[in-house]
Design a protein around this ligand. Sequence first.
Ligand code: HEM
Ligand SMILES: *[C@@H]1O[C@H](CO)[C@@H](O)[C@H](O)[C@H]1NC(C)=O
Ligand SMILES: *[C@@H]1O[C@H](CO)[C@@H](O)[C@H](O)[C@H]1NC(C)=O
Ligand SMILES: *[C@@H]1O[C@H](CO)[C@@H](O)[C@H](O)[C@H]1NC(C)=O
Ligand SMILES: *[C@@H]1O[C@H](CO)[C@@H](O)[C@H](O)[C@H]1NC(C)=O
Ligand SMILES: *[C@@H]1O[C@H](CO)[C@@H](O)[C@H](O)[C@H]1NC(C)=O
Ligand SMILES: *[C@@H]1O[C@H](CO)[C@@H](O)[C@H](O)[C@H]1NC(C)=O
Ligand SMILES: *[C@@H]1O[C@H](CO)[C@@H](O)[C@H](O)[C@H]1NC(C)=O
Ligand SMILES: *[C@@H]1O[C@H](CO)[C@@H](O)[C@H](O)[C@H]1NC(C)=O
Ligand SMILES: *[C@@H]1O[C@H](CO)[C@@H](O)[C@H](O)[C@H]1NC(C)=O
Ligand SMILES: *[C@@H]1O[C@H](CO)[C@@H](O)[C@H](O)[C@H]1NC(C)=O
Length: 353
Amino acid sequence: MTMAFSKASCQTLIFALLLLCNLRALEAQTPAPAPGLSYTFYRTTCPNLETIVRQQLQTVFASDIGQAAGLLRLHFHDCFVQGCDASVLLDGSASGPSEKDAPPNLTLRAQAFVIIENLRRLVHNACNRTVSCADITALAARDAVFLSGGPNYSIPLGRRDGLTFATVNVTLANLPPPTANASFILESLSTKGFTPTDVVSLSGGHTIGIGHCGSFSNRIFPSRDPSMDQTFFNNLRLTCPTNTSNNTTVLDIRSPNVFDNKYYVDLMNRQGLFTSDQDLYTDSRTRTIVTNFAVNQTLSYQNFINAMIKMGQLNVLTGTQGEIRANCSRRNSNDLFILPNMERDQDEKVASY
Ligand code: HEM
Ligand SMILES: *[C@@H]1O[C@H](CO)[C@@H](O)[C@H](O)[C@H]1NC(C)=O
Ligand SMILES: *[C@@H]1O[C@H](CO)[C@@H](O)[C@H](O)[C@H]1NC(C)=O
Ligand SMILES: *[C@@H]1O[C@H](CO)[C@@H](O)[C@H](O)[C@H]1NC(C)=O
Ligand SMILES: *[C@@H]1O[C@H](CO)[C@@H](O)[C@H](O)[C@H]1NC(C)=O
Ligand SMILES: *[C@@H]1O[C@H](CO)[C@@H](O)[C@H](O)[C@H]1NC(C)=O
Ligand SMILES: *[C@@H]1O[C@H](CO)[C@@H](O)[C@H](O)[C@H]1NC(C)=O
Ligand SMILES: *[C@@H]1O[C@H](CO)[C@@H](O)[C@H](O)[C@H]1NC(C)=O
Ligand SMILES: *[C@@H]1O[C@H](CO)[C@@H](O)[C@H](O)[C@H]1NC(C)=O
Ligand SMILES: *[C@@H]1O[C@H](CO)[C@@H](O)[C@H](O)[C@H]1NC(C)=O
Ligand SMILES: *[C@@H]1O[C@H](CO)[C@@H](O)[C@H](O)[C@H]1NC(C)=O
């Protein structure tokens, strides 16, 4: 059988294929589990793990939904700095609650660390020391999304906890500042394997939670960033009267405590809070992605889930690497004898802070 196409129908066909390809770019496949991780990792060792975490967080969020944002950001900071190994939880880590000198843009909610340690205790009471703090952190972020009104999804498990944490400089080098433009963010995140679609998807985490004046003062002092809506600017100046104000405001003015796609609607209305947010709508490489997510929540969720699974597998420790901590804020004490040199190194790092 022969197939004959006219030039016109060929062009139509090519156009249709191109359209399909464009949509395909936003229809990324769910990433496969990294070697050593699996969706059924604790099926026999801790079958009630996910129920325990979700029920506890339901209780926690019922009294303060703001904690959901704190837990989501905690997982992001953990994964971007030296991989998802719970190193962010160790006493002395740059983003940790004990780091009084950390820049405000790094400071995570102190309560997030308490919530994770409480979850660890509940989980270990039920299953002994089989579940890592890194997995508990990943599950808490996943549940923060769902319990704030976002999608319900599964994540691969089996992460192990790291033995060391990053220096302040390494931490700062791995977390782009909120003053960065889209070019900087795209470049920075591409080094971790993220596509522009991933970048826009992950930034959608800013649909919940708050930021301090210092994180966006560059956009309101000395004068209004021209990419910011005038009324939005006026209101931010009431919240942050000076360039040293220490107030907070919500990241998503439309639905600050709900995980939805309104963050993207904010950006289209020039009401993104940080430069790193708003510039995703200014930059031609990410603008259409923002628009597509703003008009289709299902699409934004699919891409967010895929990007979160990708982020949640950055440089994970598996198998016999690292350890399973008995206390999320410190290494197991027997490492003192197993790795004396490393312990000395770490003491020096702590001292040099
Ligand atoms: C793309 C680069 C990113 C930058 C530059 C950035 C920057 C920031 C900054 C500066 C804050 C506010 C800190 C403060 O002033 O108190 C913040 C808050 C937050 N970020 Fe990001 N972030 C980024 C990516 C992410 C990702 C990937 C997620 C999670 C998927 C995320 C989730 C959050 C959440 C939930 C909050 C609110 C935290 C709270 O209310 O305690 N961010 N982010
Ligand atoms: C936890 O460990 C104790 C003591 O080793 C053991 O008796 C118990 O069966 C373990 N529990 C679970 C759920 O594995
Ligand atoms: C969430 O998804 C899991 C499977 O991934 C399912 O077992 C659970 O029932 C779902 N929960 C809700 C409330 O939809
Ligand atoms: C950290 O970075 C700053 C500025 O880039 C530099 O001056 C300082 O020496 C670095 N500190 C360490 C311990 O590497
Ligand atoms: C935080 O602010 C400091 C200046 O205080 C800046 O050097 C750093 O790049 C910022 N980092 C992040 C992650 O926002
Ligand atoms: C983005 O920021 C970098 C510095 O971080 C700057 O060199 C570059 O010119 C900026 N790009 C645009 C398009 O504003
Ligand atoms: C903090 O922001 C609120 C809400 O905009 C505002 O009413 C209040 O005056 C601000 N506080 C300070 C100390 O600027
Ligand atoms: C704040 O503004 C004053 C002038 O109004 C300026 O001298 C100072 O450098 C600014 N500080 C910051 C942190 O931007
Ligand atoms: C800023 O406010 C926070 C509470 O939101 C407080 O913990 C912190 O100490 C304040 N920082 C300064 C410099 O006043
Ligand atoms: C929204 O996105 C979903 C998922 O990609 C797709 O199936 C659906 O057709 C889209 N809806 C519209 C109205 O375009
Ligand atoms: C966990 O370790 C910290 C010190 O890093 C300590 O303050 C805390 O009491 C420990 N928690 C438990 C339950 O042992």
